[in-house]
Design a protein around this ligand. Structure first.
Ligand code: ZN
Length: 116
C-alpha cells in the first residue's frame, strides 16, 4: 500500500482550532454587543472593538504560527494570499508538500516510526 502523506500541519491543527475558537468569540462579541455592553456596563462599541481585536489577533496568530516544519514558510499566509476564498482552508488542511522547499510529511512519518 502506498502511504498517504500526512498533511504538513497535522501537528499544528490545535493552532487553527484555537484561532477558530477566537474568531467565534470575536463574532459572538460583535453579535451580542448590546447584551455584553449592558453586562459589563460599558459603551456598546466596546464589545465590538474587543471582538475586532480578538478576530485580528486570531488571524495574525494563525499566519505567524502555522508554518512549514522545515523552512518556516507561513503556510496559513500562503493559503490565504494565494488560494481562492473557497479553497484556502481545504488546501491548508490537506497540503502535504511545502510549496516553497518541497518538504514532505512522509519523511517525518517514517522518522517517527524509526524513533519508536
Ligand atoms: Zn518548507
Amino acid at each position: 500500500m502506498h502511504p498517504h502523506p500526512l498533511p504538513l500541519i497535522s501537528h499544528q491543527r490545535w493552532k487553527l482550532r484555537l484561532a477558530f475558537a477566537a474568531l467565534l468569540m470575536s463574532g459572538a462579541a460583535m453579535m451580542f454587543d448590546k447584551q455584553l455592553s449592558a453586562v459589563m456596563s460599558v459603551q456598546t462599541y466596546v464589545p465590538t472593538l474587543i471582538g475586532t481585536a480578538v478576530g485580528l489577533a486570531a488571524m495574525v496568530f494563525s499566519v505567524i504560527a502555522v508554518r512549514c516544519p522545515q523552512c518556516g514558510t507561513s503556510l496559513a499566509w500562503l493559503a490565504i494570499s494565494q488560494k481562492s476564498s473557497s479553497s484556502w482552508l481545504d488546501w491548508l488542511l490537506d497540503v502535504s508538500v511545502c510549496p516553497k522547499c518541497g518538504h514532505s510529511s512522509i519523511k517525518e512519518q517514517s522518522d517517527q516510526k524509526n524513533a519508536l
